[in-house]
Design a protein. Structure first.
Ligand code: ADE
Length: 285
């Protein structure tokens, strides 16, 4: 995968990308990165690439011509016209599916905007994909471009080591990842869940799957609605629903209910009325 980034802050992209796993993949030749400073294409020769917006209003607009010239030079150098991703809060929201799809490209150009925006005419001329990384507004497209390149790179063969790519991940099967623990067995009075010390792989796998289901229910229920659930998954969710109702009955009769949050099963898994309603509906199908 060859990345090309049109930006006003090439050092920001280079510093971010030449670090950690992505830096290792660039050094190893699995990825390449070339930044292009749009300022080098300033029409006035003094590095200025923005101007006032027609129609008035606050802020400046990046001009069409410097960006177009930077792009045309790049296309000539590469010898083809790759997809051009423009980072904007008005774009389609980036997700794992898009990362997987873009990872199949050989070359990708990212265009990072700043100020109040970019002259629409150059966007019409060169951009193939308008992409947002979420419903919030950042000061520029550099961080979003790096977020996208990081997620895409993980899908490029050779970028992750066998150990790294073999790991279970959130979204891989439409659910969030289960919690992880390392030494010591007891930390500040908190124990590692005993099943993880049991050496029973089947039970460990089942526990992890259940934790994934629980986390997804708590944090991203809409993902649970779209995930593939087998018989055992449904059984676990049904038990959660039944157990939560039983605990509520018990606590209403004065038995009490220990724990909070999503720490483990058996306690602390009390469901909110919304979660119960959601599960009841989900399990009805
Ligand atoms: N530029 C500014 N905010 C952005 C966002 N949320 N996504 C992509 N590009 C942006």
């Amino acid at each position: 995968m060859n990345y090309y980034v049109l930006t006003l802050f090439p050092e920001m992209i280079e510093n971010g990308m030449n670090t950690s796993i992505i830096g290792r993949a660039i050094a190893g030749g699995y990825l390449s990165l070339q930044t292009v400073n749009i300022r080098d294409y300033s029409l006035t020769g003094n590095g200025r690439i923005d101007d006032y917006p027609y129609g008035g209003g606050a802020g400046m607009v990046m001009q069409a011509e410097p960006i177009c010239r930077a792009y045309e030079d790049l296309v000539q150098q590469i010898g083809k016209k790759p997809r051009v991703v423009y980072l904007t809060p008005q774009g389609r929201v980036f997700d794992q599916h898009m990362a997987e799809e873009l990872a199949r490209e050989e070359d990708l150009i990212f265009l990072c905007g700043h100020y109040e925006g970019v002259d629409e005419r150059v966007l019409e001329e060169i951009v193939t994909d308008h992409v947002s990384i979420g419903d919030y507004v950042l000061t520029g497209g550099e961080l979003p471009a790096m977020v996208m390149m990081d997620a895409i790179s993980r899908m490029v063969p050779g970028v992750l080591s066998n150990q790294e790519s073999g790991q279970y991940e959130s979204f891989q099967d439409g659910l969030l990842e289960y919690p992880q623990y390392s030494r010591p067995e007891e930390w500040r009075g908190k124990q590692v869940p005993p099943v993880l010390l049991s050496g029973h792989h089947g039970n460990v796998d089942r526990w992890r799957r259940d934790q994934s289901l629980l986390r997804t229910l708590k944090n991203r229920p809409e993902l649970l609605a779209g995930a593939e659930l087998d018989k055992k998954d449904r059984k676990f969710l049904q038990a959660l629903l039944d157990g939560s109702s039983a605990r509520q009955d018990a606590s209403e009769s004065g038995a009490g209910c220990e724990g909070s949050g999503t720490a483990g099963l058996g306690d602390g898994t009390g469901l909110t009325p919304e979660e119960k309603k959601f599960l009841t509906k989900l399990l009805a199908f």
